[in-house]
Design a protein around this ligand. Structure first.
Ligand code: SF4
Length: 481
């Protein structure tokens, strides 16, 4: 049973035995081959998908082993010290096993760090620099003459399973949280026009995607930079705003899950859409803390909001609303009182899914200059107490679901058990539903189940009568209220 964790993607290039350069010399009749390692968060994953989609459109082939590739692209993460190390190690492995390596992604914004360890990389670019990456690939491994356009699947190349996909709606962020260096790497908010987002969403739905995970740095700020300029989708006009986007995506008839939402007042207007089942009753809100003093020092968006009151009012409209969040404990200057306030807040808010990280300094972040560093042992102790409380709440909330009928989406089959997710479970970061007798379900199929048990993070269930072949994403219904 897995605790909530931050998302970490597998590499798409594996690390099997090395070949020398001559054995990799290209047969001019075969397409050029790319190895790819994708590290970091879902936003980086979407960048990887775009790069791979472009390269596939141009006739490049992707291969699973670095040694079988003509060249390797490493999409790095530079968010925290561990991620930087993992990125540098991955570049080193790719160099050792292949020799021709192009680096992109968040760590690419600090090329000196990469060059200090790996001076032989062919090219370095920062996040979202799709053209630069593809240009560097062209320079070091020219494309084949035939573009193989007919080989490109209509939804592009996805690194997620076929039945769910991430939908990136904007880049960058207008906030300046003191612990974060993302705005300095990715710049201010730049939203995609809503018609453009909806074209991609519809293409994915038509290609068989059953669940879209909406991501950005600040999803609730979507369209602010566009002054909410409307766009057309299926003959209707929708505003480029959080609400307009939820309305338009709600027309697709698949699961729509909103990540990285901040509790701005206008978020209230999307809750009725959740109650109606147009978008999933699920909000991923990185609250980070509850003490106003700490939030001010973090310079968090919407830090003055009375979040407990907001959560109460949302649940009054959408009682099944699942709230996921992440928190930082041990931020510089956090006192015992601040931490107790956070624990009390969590007890009141009773969030469904919670991740927590002991504060660790990020190179270049403004928080490094703040006084009041919290000793490591205090951070660890607070982290353990926080997670213990969060686990109790999670277990209680899941136990209360026993006997309910839920719609689930199947992610995998393990013998006679289907590993599925309900509306309350985002892939990879939340819990799962183990469906007994679900071995004959198909991956990507919706089914109705009845909850039979639970533990701290996951549910046990059995197939409900008539569960098979539920084609639609229609919302959860209680068996008894
Ligand atoms: S909202 Fe804060 S933490 Fe999130 S990307 Fe923007 S600056 Fe970073």
């Amino acid at each position: 049973m897995k605790p909530p964790a931050s998302t970490r993607r597998p590499k798409t290039g594996s690390k099997t035995g090395a070949k020398d350069a001559s054995s990799r010399a290209r047969d001019r009749h075969r397409p050029p081959r790319i190895g790819f390692a994708s590290l970091g968060c879902p936003k980086a994953l979407v960048d990887s998908e775009r790069i791979l989609t472009q390269l596939r459109a141009e006739g490049y082939e992707t291969v699973g082993a670095y040694a079988d590739a003509d060249l390797v692209v490493v999409n790095t993460c530079g968010f925290i010290t561990d991620a930087v190390e993992e990125s540098l190690d991955t570049i080193g492995e790719a160099l050792a096993e292949n020799g021709k390596v192009i680096v992109t992604g968040c760590l690419g914004a600090q090329p000196e760090k990469i060059l200090a360890r790996h001076p032989n990389v062919l090219a370095i670019s920062g996040p979202q620099a799709y053209e630069s990456v593809v240009g560097a690939v062209h320079q070091h491994l020219p494309p084949a003459h035939d573009p193989f356009l007919d080989l490109l699947p209509p939804q592009g190349v996805k690194l997620t399973p076929r039945h769910y996909a991430y939908l990136k709606i904007s880049e960058g962020c207008n906030h300046r949280c003191t612990f974060c260096i993302i705005p300095s790497m990715r710049g201010d908010l730049v939203s995609r026009p809503i018609a453009d987002v909806m074209r991609e969403a519809e293409r994915l739905a038509k290609a068989g995607v059953k669940e879209l995970l909406v991501i950005s740095q600040d999803t609730s700020a979507y369209g602010v930079d566009l002054r909410h300029a409307p766009g057309e989708f299926r003959g209707q006009r929708y505003k480029a705003s959080f609400e307009g986007l939820a309305e338009a995506l709600g027309e697709l008839g698949i699961w729509i899950r909103m990540h990285y939402v901040y509790p701005y007042p206008h978020v209230d207007r999307v809750i009725p859409l959740m109650a109606e089942g147009r978008v999933l009753p699920y909000l991923d809100i990185p609250f980070q803390h509850a003490s106003p003093r700490v939030l001010r020092r973090m310079k968090r968006p919407a830090s003055a909001a009375d979040t407990l009151e907001r959560i109460r009012s949302w649940r009054a409209i959408a009682p099944d609303l699942t709230i996921r969040s992440t928190f930082i404990v041990g931020f510089p200057g956090e006192t015992d009182e601040d931490f107790d306030m956070l624990l009390d807040w969590l007890g009141e808010a009773r969030l469904d899914r919670v991740g927590c990280f002991p504060y660790s300094p990020v190179e270049g972040a403004a928080a490094n200059a703040l006084a009041g560093a919290v000793p490591d042992e205090v951070k660890q102790e607070r982290h353990a107490r926080f997670m213990e409380r969060a686990a109790e709440i999670s277990a209680e909330k899941l136990a209360a679901k026993k006997g309910r009928r839920l719609r689930v989406l199947v992610d995998a089959i393990d013998g006679g058990i289907a590993i599925a997710r309900s509306e309350a479970d985002a892939p990879e970061i939340d819990g799962v539903v183990h469906v007994r007798g679900g071995g004959k379900l198909a991956v990507g199929e919706f089914a109705d189940v009845v909850v039979t048990g639970s533990d701290t993070y996951d549910l046990e269930a059995k197939l409900a009568p008539g569960a098979r072949g539920a084609a639609s994403a229609a919302t959860t219904k209680p068996l008894s209220s």
